[in-house]
Design a protein around this ligand. Sequence first.
Ligand SMILES: Nc1ncnc2c1ncn2[C@@H]1O[C@H](COP(=O)(O)OP(=O)(O)OP(=O)(O)O)[C@@H](O)[C@H]1O
Ligand SMILES: [Mg+2]
Length: 316
Amino acid sequence: MTDKQAEVAARVVVLRRIFAHHPAFLQLEEQFRLLLDRRRAELAAGLITEARGIAVVGASGSGKTTAIARLLSHTPGLVSENQKDSRRDVVSFQVPSPATLKFVGQTALEALGYPLRRNRTEMIIWEMVRHHLQQRKTLFLHLDEAQDLLRYQTPKMLQSVVRTLKSLMQTKEWPVGLILSGMPEVKDLLNHDPQLARRFYPVEFPRLRAGLDGERVIEIVASYADRTSMETGNTVGDDFAARLIRAADGEFGLVIELIIGAIEEALIAGDRRLDRQHFTCAFRRRSGCIDGLNPFLADDFERINVRELLQVETVR
Ligand SMILES: Nc1ncnc2c1ncn2[C@@H]1O[C@H](COP(=O)(O)OP(=O)(O)OP(=O)(O)O)[C@@H](O)[C@H]1O
Ligand SMILES: [Mg+2]
């Protein structure tokens, strides 16, 4: 790596570390703090009631995983890492594939710091999960990619998943709040059982729309450019915001990725001004597609199927 390449890489790393706030994150934060405060107050009063859950739902690239990581690392007083004592307020893991109840339980145990050494039955594994959640005084269990709990399941297996989730929240000994994040099928999972559905607060990560979110997107471009001491050129006005939103298929996280990609292109070229052509290059590099399919160039950019080009999961 040359000195220049190393410098560009270092500046891009700084950009990747930035967390850009957005309305869905604020909603998630508010809801989480509400549940957390309530639970802490109940514990302090020696009261045990059923726990509640939050369903974080959005398409691939909307920023769910990033938002929850930010939430868990920035909530004051929340213990989610291994500390000297065994307390862990939040335990987070990704639903494994295939998401059999046994495999999910085993992954939950690992996340709690107790990897299984021997083969156990599904029932024993979940008893162990419940036991360790209580031992660690865990208030919330976060399951990312929760749509996988629903995929490829027989109706009977699905029933047992739903029953297990419900019982974690309802158990008298130590109820645990659930955070389920994933693609929109997570809503189908909850709707399978009205008792489960009514215990969850939904937080949607909606798609951006050019008419509503255009100005905000331009502001984000400007603030990222500012962080690299770059001016913005012809990235404002006209239909630029609509093109950027289209190029990211309306997903917030993908918008950020494209902005960082464009800044990287400008830095590589040694340009001090961030222009539309840098976005064109960033999209080309990311998708490998011809200019006729590049939303920053094509006349009929609204019609381009970006998901296919970016090869990002498409279910919504
Ligand atoms: N608030 C944010 N600030 C800065 N970057 C973000 C933000 N949200 C998302 N991103 C970036 O967007 C990309 C996609 O985000 P993330 O992985 O969180 O999406 P996701 O909704 O979990 O997608 P998937 O369903 O595919 O797992 C990541 O590279 C991340 O760095
Ligand atoms: Mg994710």
